[in-house]
Ligand binder design. Structure first.
Ligand SMILES: [Fe+2]
Length: 178
């Protein structure tokens, strides 16, 4: 289950109901997929062949189509990041720029971990994600994504339109985002 960490105060929010309640108040979609659907050999694999990516999409096909139908996503794919990814540090440095998109940003974590750092009403908060967590950062909401200490993640991305993915830099004047 996801954990929330408020960066201004250090407050931690844990437990499915409290996390869901908090994210709902921030208009962030939060759902959970049943990870037992994933073939065991893909639980901890971060370098994936096209066939393995297709296997993950097939395992969660019902969940993906249900989400897509409810929220108008038209396509989906798999992203995998780990120390085997060329230029991972460069990529992570680039990711750390706060930005917005014209569409929402949806991720379903299927292995490893990731953090979305999102601007809320009283500062930035971390959404620390583990396998099975599904979130969507609303359109026009400043945020960035980074990895956790394990430095590896596999996630399903769903989108409405590739134009909606363009990152528009956001200049933060009020809060520290370090
Ligand atoms: Fe983004």
């Amino acid at each position: 289950m996801a954990t929330i960490r408020l960066r201004e105060t250090g407050e931690v929010i844990e437990g499915h109901d409290k996390v869901q309640q908090f994210l709902e108040s921030q208009e962030v979609l939060y759902e959970h997929w049943d990870m037992s659907k994933l073939p065991a050999e893909l639980n901890a694999k971060f370098v994936l062949t096209d066939e393995e990516k297709a296997q993950i999409l097939t395992a969660f096909d019902t969940d993906i189509r249900d989400l897509a139908e409810r929220r108008s996503y038209v396509d989906w794919d798999i992203i995998a990041l780990s120390d085997s990814t060329p230029n991972l540090d460069e990529l992570l440095a680039k990711f750390k720029n706060v930005h917005t998109h014209t569409d929402d940003e949806v991720r379903a974590i299927t292995a490893g971990h990731g953090i979305f750092v999102v601007k809320g009403e009283s500062g930035y908060y971390n959404i620390e994600l583990e396998p099975g967590d599904v979130i969507s950062v609303p359109e026009h909401t400043p945020h960035f994504f980074t990895l956790m200490d394990d430095r590896q993640v596999v996630a399903v991305r769903l989108f409405i339109d590739t134009d909606g993915w363009v990152a528009h830099p956001y200049e933060e004047k009020e809060y520290s985002v370090e």
